[in-house]
Design a protein around this ligand. Structure first.
Ligand code: ADP
Ligand code: MG
Ligand code: ZN
Length: 666
């Protein structure tokens, strides 16, 4: 600090400045006004820390002894002395400054503002006793310098440490509160725990998502457009005596575009849009959820017409009172009750429409679904071929494609893919292309991406012994031959013995997108699924563990035939399936029936296994040929299989019904 260079202070004006600033720390505690913000606290803490450093900086620089002081007085160097408690500040005149100031002068110990606004040239501690004070006074008369006494400012020091302590406490408290309220957003959390956490999109603001961006869910879109219309022109409906619906529930499997649809509504509807997720209501404090619901509806009504969107509503809307013994979550139930009450409301036409999305409509509380609350359920289902095509078109839009990319084929290749999967395929394809430094994305990249998403990443490096590889080849060839020769089995697309993810090899089929399946069709599928194990038996005379997933699938199909679909003669037209999902611990059939079921299930499976074995035994030459082909190329396609086995029986019907390959991995 070069304060020693400042000109000697002491004028009255300076003094008054000092006084006011001396009090300034008292004003600094946080103002709980509108501009209150966490950064203020950080700032204040920083400032106080800095101040405390300054405050403590009184070192020994510039300190002199009483004797030295007297020498300076004798030499006529001293202009003024200010005594403050036991500290005496010495100010030199011109002579003194020129000849006696040397080196750095630290501020004498004392209150911060004084050291900031005055800078003595030297200082010393008065030896104890009033005599010395008197002596200095006398000296000042004799040697003609000013002498002032100042009261000691101890209150400042006390204040300072108290404020410092308080601020630290407040900061710690706020930090804890913020943690408890899950503070992800904003600085005003602590005072607003019971307030709704909805993200509000004001009228006119948009999300960049429009109905154009959501493809293939035309019915859902229509319904939502209608709901938007309710809000915009309520008169049209109320004139006829109709009531505006309170809510609509978007139901469908994950990744089918429910959230996206809601975003599109926010983008298209020209009304305030409150968006939040079911879990936003849940808090560790009791009663918070309910009060948040209340606040949300209050806000929405103030801004009505408005839309409230609650994503993943099952987080709070789960049926009440179930499993009460295991986890009674009163807080969640209170929240749900509040939601039910608010949705019923008194003002029916208050102009607030509630949208909600879930993929667990089955667990929702019945009261939530009754007419008058979520009167409308909008089903957002998995896309079919044409819808997939539309979704592909949306997502291909932003990619640089070459001419080989065929949207038609892509949508055929991806049955069972949701909108999110398709978005993922498009992204993966672009990544594949980028990895090989291509300028554009080709259809091959998409093939890779689809394979990868279906079966996991290719692992060519996985160590497989030649023996194992041979077993896998015959196993997959067995699947291929049985499925090829049985009329109703899914048509084969390709067979691979490249390990992928968990599986060592795979046969890919185009599954039929059937709505009704006959017993014969299921039986043929089962034969094809057992073809792998049958081939191992036929060729090597022993079977392996490699057919686990085949067996699992077959067992499931067989027991479904017997117990669910009523396709078994002995059991008859009975289904033990309970669609309400209330699976009890007791079986709905007697011990005797259980025995018959077990027998029938294993009889069906054995029959399928023997059929598969028979087919392979009578086509042994073809099995060998196909397996060696597989060992050579690792991947073979439908055309290669056709060369060996000849055209498929009843193949005419498959020719165009190509849907998509589905790996039957093991
Ligand atoms: P969820 O139904 O689980 O809420 P999302 O709406 O979050 O699914 O969808 C996730 C992503 O998948 C979207 O961001 C979008 O990229 C893509 N997507 C899903 N469905 C569609 C669709 N019908 N049209 C276009 N993209 C879709
Ligand atoms: Mg979602
Ligand atoms: Zn298999």
């Amino acid at each position: 600090m070069s304060e020693a260079k400042k000109k000697p202070a002491g004028s009255k004006a300076k003094k008054s400045t000092k006084k006011t600033t001396g009090r300034s720390p008292r004003k600094s505690p946080p103002k709980k006004g509108t501009s209150f913000n966490f950064y203020w606290i950080y700032g204040i803490v920083g400032f106080l820390l800095l101040a405390s450093i300054l405050y403590n900086s009184g070192g020994s620089g510039g300190k002199i002894s009483y004797k030295e002081f007297k020498e300076f007085v004798e030499m006529q160097y001293v202009d003024k002395v200010i005594s403050r408690g036991i500290v005496c500040e010495v100010y030199f005149n011109e002579d003194g400054k020129n000849s006696a100031s040397d080196g750095e002068v630290n501020n004498p110990p004392g209150f911060i503002s004084e050291s900031l606004f005055r800078s003595p040239d030297k200082w010393f501690n008065i030896p104890s006793g009033e005599i010395y004070r008197e002596e200095i006074k006398n000296l000042s008369d004799v040697s003609n310098f000013d002498y002032e006494e100042e009261p000691v400012n101890t209150w400042g020091k006390e204040m300072f440490s108290w404020i410092f302590f308080l601020v630290i406490m407040v900061v710690v408290w706020m930090f804890i509160m913020r943690r408890m309220s899950g503070g992800a957003t904003g600085g005003n959390q602590i005072f607003n725990i019971g307030k709704s956490r909805a993200k509000v999109m004001e009228k006119g603001e948009s999300t960049n998502v429009t109905f154009e961006d959501v493809a293939g869910v035309d019915e859902a879109k229509e319904e939502l457009e209608e709901i938007v219309d309710f809000l915009m022109n309520p008169g049209k409906y109320t004139k006829l005596g109709a009531k505006i619906p309170t809510g609509a529930l978007l139901v469908g499997p994950p990744g089918t575009g429910k959230t996206l649809l809601a975003k599109a509504v926010a983008g298209e509807a020209n009304v305030p849009f409150f968006s939040l997720s079911g879990s936003d209501f849940v808090e560790m404090f009791v009663g918070v959820g309910a009060s948040r619901v209340r606040d949300l509806f209050k806000q929405a009504k103030e801004k009505s017409p408005a839309i409230i969107f609650i994503d993943e509503i099952d987080a709070i809307g789960r049926a009440r009172g179930k499993n009460a013994n295991f986890s009674s979550n009163d807080e969640r139930e209170n929240t749900l009750n509040q939601l039910l009450t608010e949705m019923d409301g008194f003002g029916t036409n208050s102009g607030v429409i509630i949208l909600a999305a879930t993929n667990r409509a089955d667990v929702l509380d019945k009261a939530l679904m009754r007419a008058g609350r979520f009167d409308r359920q909008i089903i957002v289902d998995m896309p079919d071929v044409n819808e997939r095509k539309a979704i592909f078109k949306v997502h291909l839009h932003s990619l640089k494609l070459d001419k080989t990319v065929d949207v038609e084929k892509l949508s055929n290749q991806t049955p069972g893919f949701s909108g999110a999967d398709i978005a993922n395929v498009c992204n993966e394809a672009a990544l594949f292309a980028a990895r090989s430094n291509k300028k554009t994305v080709s259809h091959k990249d998409f093939d890779e991406a689809i394979d990868r998403i279906v079966g996991g990443l290719e692992k060519r490096s996985k160590v497989i012994t030649p023996e194992e590889k041979k077993t896998i080849a015959f196993h997959e060839a067995g699947h291929a031959i049985v499925s090829w020769l049985l009329e109703f089995a899914s048509p084969l697309v390709k067979v691979s013995i490249v390990p992928r993810g968990q599986s060592l090899g795979a046969a890919w089929y185009m599954p039929h997108e059937r709505k009704i399946t006959t017993a014969e069709q299921i039986f043929h599928e089962m034969c094809a699924a057992l073809g792998g194990r049958a081939a191992e038996q036929v060729v090597f005379g022993k079977i392996s563990t490699g057919a686990l997933s085949d067996l699992e699938k077959v067992t499931r199909q067989a027991s479904a035939m017997v117990t669910v679909y009523g396709l078994n003669e002995k059991i008859g037209n009975i289904s033990y399936y309970d669609s309400s999902g209330n699976s009890n611990f007791t079986k709905p059939y007697s011990e005797a029936t259980a025995k018959i079921i077990d027998e029938e299930v294993s009889a069906v499976i054995e029959k399928a296994y023997n059929t598969a074995k028979d087919i392979l035994n009578s086509n042994r030459d073809k099995l060998d040929a196909l397996a060696s082909e597989l060992l050579k190329h690792e991947v073979i396609y439908k055309e290669d299989v056709e060369k060996i086995l000849g055209p498929r029986p009843g193949a005419a019907s498959d020719a165009d019904s190509e849907h998509a390959p589905n790996p039957e991995s093991e």
